[in-house]
Design a protein around this ligand. Structure first.
Ligand code: HEM
Length: 141
């Protein structure tokens, strides 16, 4: 065999550059949430101090990408949908979240194939987090 990639699969976490990249991704994501007018609504339901939230999302995404399992070690099974159950997440909130994430992916993940794969999978995850399919925003024509 001349190729090593198939025999020796590397996690996405390693391929994107490990924790440094996850760190930049999440920092940019929450900066976008702070700055984009479209994200004002979802920013308002987050804690004023995003410091702890940033750290948790970094740990979660690192694990989700195949890196260290620090999130589960600290918090148990992710049960992410349940952890969002007290929030009202409809299409508008999902889209605002993805807008912040898309901007962050664009400037932090260099490999286009990996970036687009992540975008697709995060969009699915964000859609799965939706618990209010029929909210008022959706009813606007
Ligand atoms: C791919 C989709 C998403 C992922 C991966 C994600 C991830 C996370 C994680 C890991 C936490 C921390 C949970 C914990 O305490 O263990 C969290 C909290 C939170 N998420 Fe999400 N989330 C997603 C979608 C959304 C969406 C669409 C909204 C829209 C409103 C949202 C709003 C929040 C809020 C308000 C918190 C609490 C943070 C705070 O109060 O500081 N999330 N999310």
């Amino acid at each position: 065999m001349t190729t090593t990639t198939l025999d020796n699969p590397t996690s996405i976490y390693d391929r994107i550059g490990g924790f440094d990249t996850v760190d930049r991704l999440v920092e940019t994501f929450y900066r976008n949430m702070d700055e984009l007018p479209e994200a004002r609504g979802i920013r308002a339901i987050h804690a004023d101090d995003l410091g702890p939230t940033r750290a948790i999302l970094k740990a979660y995404l690192a694990e989700w990408l195949g890196g260290p399992k620090e999130y589960s070690a600290k918090k148990g099974h992710p049960r992410l949908r349940m952890r969002h159950g007290h929030l009202r997440i409809g299409p508008a909130e999902r889209d605002a979240w993805m807008l912040c994430m898309n901007g962050a992916l664009d400037v932090t993940i260099e490999d286009v194939g990996v970036r687009e794969g992540l975008r697709e999978n995060l969009a699915k995850l964000a859609d799965w987090m939706r618990n209010d399919p029929d909210n008022a925003h959706d009813k606007r024509h």
